[in-house]
Design a protein around this ligand. Structure first.
Ligand code: GAL
Length: 676
C-alpha cells in the first residue's frame, strides 16, 4: 500500500458539499449531476448517513445504488469523498444490540429515530463500524472517483459522553492505565476532600448525576476519557480503511463550536484536517467567530491547507431564530475561509431535503430550484473559485499566537468558579476580535506543543488551567525576548484542577512579576474603571483581582470597584522580553488601548485598514495572494497593489472593494519589510 497523500486528488480549489442521493429517486440524480456541473462542483461527500441502505439486514449488503451514483458522478467528472456511516447505525442494529445505546448522565437510555453515536464502549458497535469501514474500503479503495474518506460525522455531537455500564468499565480501565495505583488516583483527584477516597477500582463510578457538585478533577478526567474513547472509535475505522485504501482520511471537526474533542490530539490522526462551520445567528458579527474558527482549524492542521467540509449557503434550521444570509454573505464567508487557509469550500448540503428534521436548512440547490438568488450565487461562487486555483497550497503566516487549550476550556466550564460571568468563549472572542479588527493575523497554539519563539507576541486568554510545563514554556519565551499578554483568571490550577502551590499564577510569577492574592468578581450589572498611566480611563465589568506585585510595574490602576486603587494591568521585564497581565474584563473596544501598548513592545504595526475589512495574506512559492473581505456597508479604498483574480482588474495601490464585496489579489512575493 502506498503512503496516503495529504490532499484529495481534485484540481484547484475543491467546491461542493454533502450529497444524499438516497433521499431522491434516480431521475433526480441525473438533474443533480447536470446542475453540479453547471455550478462547477468538483467534490461531494456521499454515504455519511447511508448505513441502513448499505446493510439493510445484518450482514446483507446492497452496494448497487452506491456503485451507480459513484459511477454517475465519475462520468461527470465529480470526485467523491466517501463517508462511513458510523454516526447513524440502522434500526436493526439497536434492536439486535440494545446495550449499544447511549445512556445519559441521568440514566436515560437514548432511543432510535434520530442520529448520534452509539455507545463508544460497545464491543458490538466497535465491531460493526470496523466491518462496515473495511467492506467499503475494499470495494471503493481503488475507485478512481473516490479521492478521500470521511469517517463518521462531527465526533462529540449530538452526544459524546456515555454513562452506560460498559462505558463505566472502560473508564475504570482507563483510570488504571493513567494512575497505576489507587493512591495515585486519590492524590490526583484530591479525594481527601468530602470523604471521597477510593479503596477499590470498582468503586469508581462515572461522574453522572450527583446530589451536588461532583469532584472537578474526576470530571476533567472524564472529559479526557470521553475524548479518548471517541478517538479510539475513529482509529478503528481509520485502520480498517487503511488496510485496503490509500486515499487520504479525514473526519469533520467543528473548531470552536464543539467542546468535547481536543483537536490538537485529533489532528494527529487524520491525513487532512476538515472543519464544519455555521454562523451563530444571535451574533450580528458572527463572521468574527467564523474567522476565529478558520484560524483555529488552520492551526490544528499545522498551517497546512484544510477543507471547509460544511457551511451553509443561507439559514440553518437548528437555532432559535435561523437568520438567512443576505446577498453576498455566502461569498464573503467562503472567501474568508479560503483566505485563512481552506483549499476546499463545501456545504451542507447539495440539495435541500424534502423530509426529515432538516427541511428548513438551506442548500446549494434550494427547494425553489434554480430560478433563485441563492442558486445564482452558488453558480457565481463556483466560477469565482475556479479562478482561484493558483491560491491552492499557499500558506498563511502569522506573527502573533493565541493560546488555545481544550483542557483549560473543560476545566473552566466546571461548576463553582468565582463568577459565572467570566467565560472562556467570551474572553477568547474579545481578544481575537481585537486582533481581527486590527487585521493582525494569528495562529492558535498550545504552549506545550508548539515552538513559540517564531511569534512576536503571544496572547493567553482563558488560561485558567495551565500546567507547570506550559508556564515554563511561556516564561522561557519571554526570557528570550517575546512579548506575552496574559488575561485574567490565568494559571489558577494545574492539570488536576488543583490550585498551584504558592497560589494563583505562581507558575507565571517570573514571567509576569505578579501573582493574585484573591479574585474579586463584581455583582451582575456592576462596572467600574481602570485608569492607564497616561490618564485614559476604561470601563470594566465582571471581574477584578487583588494583585501582588513581584517586580512588575502597574500600567493601569483600578478606580472604583472592589480593587479600588490597586494595580489592574501590569508589565514586567523578564530577560529580553516583557510579560503583561490584564486582571480584569475589558470589552474589545477598551482592549484597543492595552493592545496599542503591547504591540509597541512586540514591534507590531497594524496596517490601519478600516475595522470591519479583513485583509489576509497567503504566501505561495512564487507569488502571494491577498484576500480582502469587506463586511462594511460602504465601499472602501485600500492601498493595496496587485491583480484581482476575481475580475482581472489591476490595482496600483488604490484598490476599491465595494460594500459587502471581496477581492483576491495576486501580488509578487512580499519582501521582508512589506513592499513587493
Ligand atoms: C452539521 C452536520 C450536518 C447537518 C448540518 C446542519 O453539524 O454535520 O449533517 O446536520 O449540521 O447545519
Amino acid at each position: 500500500m502506498t503512503a496516503p497523500s495529504s490532499w484529495p486528488r481534485v484540481e484547484g480549489i475543491a467546491y461542493g458539499g454533502d450529497y444524499n442521493p438516497e433521499q431522491w429517486p434516480r431521475e433526480v440524480w441525473l438533474e443533480d449531476v447536470r446542475l453540479m456541473r453547471e455550478a462547477g462542483v468538483t467534490l461531494v461527500s456521499v454515504g455519511i448517513f447511508s448505513w441502513a441502505m448499505l446493510e439493510p439486514r445484518e450482514g446483507e449488503y446492497d452496494f448497487s445504488w452506491l456503485d451507480d451514483i459513484i459511477g454517475l458522478l465519475h462520468e461527470n467528472g465529480i470526485s467523491v469523498d466517501l463517508g462511513t456511516p458510523s454516526v447513524s447505525p440502522p434500526a436493526w442494529f439497536f434492536h439486535q444490540y440494545p446495550d449499544a445505546r447511549v445512556t445519559d448522565a441521568r440514566g436515560t437510555v437514548m432511543g432510535f429515530g434520530s442520529r448520534g453515536m452509539a455507545s463508544h464502549a460497545s464491543p458490538e458497535y466497535r465491531e460493526a463500524i470496523a466491518r462496515m469501514a473495511g467492506v467499503l474500503a475494499e470495494r471503493y479503495g481503488d475507485h478512481p472517483a473516490v479521492v478521500m474518506w470521511h469517517i463518521h460525522n462531527e465526533y462529540g455531537v449530538p452526544v459524546g459522553e456515555d454513562f452506560g455500564p460498559r462505558a463505566v468499565t472502560a473508564w475504570q480501565q482507563w483510570l488504571k492505565e493513567r494512575y497505576s495505583t489507587l493512591d495515585g488516583l486519590n492524590a490526583a483527584w484530591g479525594t481527601a476532600f468530602w470523604g471521597q477516597r477510593y479503596g477499590e477500582w470498582e468503586h469508581v463510578v462515572a461522574p453522572a448525576a450527583t446530589p451536588t457538585v461532583a469532584n472537578p478533577a474526576m470530571k476533567l478526567d472524564w472529559a479526557r476519557f470521553t475524548d479518548d474513547q471517541l478517538r479510539a472509535c475513529f482509529t478503528i475505522e481509520r485502520d480498517a480503511i487503511r488496510a485496503h485504501a490509500a486515499q487520504p482520511i479525514t473526519t469533520n471537526f467543528m473548531a470552536h463550536q464543539s467542546w468535547n474533542v481536543d483537536l490538537w490530539k485529533w489532528a494527529e490522526l487524520v491525513d487532512v484536517v476538515s472543519d464544519d462551520h455555521y454562523l451563530w445567528s444571535p451574533d450580528p458579527d458572527a463572521h468574527v467567530l467564523l474567522s476565529l474558527a478558520a484560524d483555529l482549524t488552520r492551526s490544528v492542521a499545522g498551517g497546512k491547507p484544510w477543507i471547509l467540509m460544511e457551511h451553509s449557503t443561507s439559514a440553518v434550521n437548528w437555532q432559535g431564530r435561523n437568520i438567512a444570509k443576505r446577498a453576498g454573505e455566502m461569498r464573503r464567508n467562503s472567501l474568508t475561509h479560503l483566505g485563512r487557509g481552506a483549499d476546499a469550500i463545501l456545504f451542507f448540503q447539495w440539495r435541500a431535503s424534502r423530509s426529515g428534521a432538516e427541511k428548513f436548512h438551506s442548500a446549494m440547490l434550494p427547494h425553489a430550484g434554480t430560478d433563485t438568488r441563492l442558486w445564482r450565487e452558488v453558480v457565481g461562487l463556483g466560477s469565482d473559485l475556479a479562478r482561484l486555483g493558483d491560491v491552492k497550497g499557499s500558506q498563511v503566516e502569522a506573527e502573533v499566537a493565541v493560546l488555545y487549550d481544550w483542557e483549560s476550556l473543560w476545566a473552566h466550564e466546571l461548576e463553582w468558579r468565582p463568577s459565572d460571568d467570566l467565560q472562556f468563549r467570551e474572553r477568547m472572542r474579545a481578544h481575537y476580535e481585537r486582533l481581527w479588527r486590527d487585521n493582525v493575523t494569528v495562529d492558535f497554539v498550545h504552549p506545550s506543543r508548539h515552538d513559540l519563539s517564531r511569534y512576536k507576541l503571544v496572547v493567553a486568554p482563558s488560561s485558567y488551567l495551565m500546567t507547570a510545563e506550559s508556564a515554563a514554556a511561556l516564561t522561557e519565551y519571554v526570557a528570550q525576548g517575546g512579548t506575552l499578554l496574559v488575561d485574567a483568571f490565568a494559571a489558577a490550577v494545574d492539570e488536576h484542577d488543583a490550585v498551584h502551590p504558592g497560589g494563583f499564577m505562581a507558575p507565571l510569577k517570573d514571567a509576569l512579576g505578579v501573582t493574585c492574592d484573591e479574585y474579586l468578581p463584581l455583582r451582575e450589572g456592576d462596572s467600574a474603571q481602570i485608569v492607564m498611566d497616561d490618564g485614559t480611563a476604561l470601563d470594566f465589568d465582571v471581574w477584578a483581582e487583588d494583585l501582588h506585585l513581584h517586580g512588575a510595574e502597574a500600567i493601569a490602576t483600578y478606580r472604583g470597584g472592589p480593587a479600588d486603587g490597586a494595580p489592574a494591568v501590569t508589565r514586567h521585564a523578564h530577560g529580553e522580553g516583557h510579560g503583561w497581565y490584564l486582571s480584569t474584563r475589558l470589552s474589545t473596544d477598551a482592549l484597543a488601548d492595552i493592545y496599542a501598548r503591547v504591540y509597541a513592545d512586540a514591534w507590531i504595526t497594524p496596517a490601519g485598514y478600516p475595522e470591519g475589512v479583513e485583509v489576509i495574506a497567503r504566501s505561495g512559492d512564487d507569488e502571494d495572494f491577498v484576500v480582502v473581505v469587506n463586511h462594511l456597508d460602504e465601499d472602501v479604498r485600500l492601498p493595496l497593489r496587485g491583480t484581482d483574480m476575481l475580475t482581472d482588474h489591476a490595482s496600483a495601490g488604490d484598490l476599491t472593494v465595494t460594500a459587502g464585496g471581496a477581492a483576491v489579489l495576486r501580488t509578487p512575493v512580499m519582501e521582508p519589510g512589506g513592499d513587493a
